[in-house]
Write a protein that binds this ligand. Structure first.
Ligand code: SF4
Length: 124
């Protein structure tokens, strides 16, 4: 079927990961320092990730793609939660569950992202 879906330009992508946390469906992962759409069926095509990309590397385009699958997204997100491993620095504040919504809303993006917290600062 033809529908709206994201396309990520690898040449522009710097692997910052901001789009990963912007995607509520968990459709994007950074692999080998490049953002990848891990499954077409996880992308709803609404483009919440677009505004987060500092490189302008993500566009929405209409093309042939697998249909968005809400149920597959639920299964995928539950699996992600189950498989979650602590970050290498083991800092409690690096865990997403450490943050309340009101804590993260006013901070700049690098501070909001737990993975960018201490792991980033100490080079893990
Ligand atoms: S936000 Fe943009 S530059 Fe950063 S990982 Fe995603 S696509 Fe790449």
């Amino acid at each position: 079927m033809k529908r709206n879906i994201i396309r990520i330009d690898e040449e522009k992508c710097n692997g910052c990961g901001l789009c990963v946390s912007a995607c509520a469906e968990g459709a994007i992962e950074v692999v080998d320092n490049k953002a990848r759409l891990i499954s077409e069926k996880y992308c709803d095509g609404l483009g919440a990730c677009l505004g987060e990309c500092p490189q302008g590397a993500i566009i929405i385009e209409e093309r042939e793609a697998e249909e968005f699958d809400d149920e597959a997204v639920d299964v995928h997100l539950k699996k992600q939660q189950t498989n979650h491993k602590p970050y290498p620095c083991s800092c409690p504040s690096a865990e997403p569950s450490h943050w309340k919504v009101e804590d993260v809303g006013t901070e700049p993006a690098p501070v909001r992202l737990p993975i960018h917290h201490q792991c980033f600062l100490i080079g893990l």
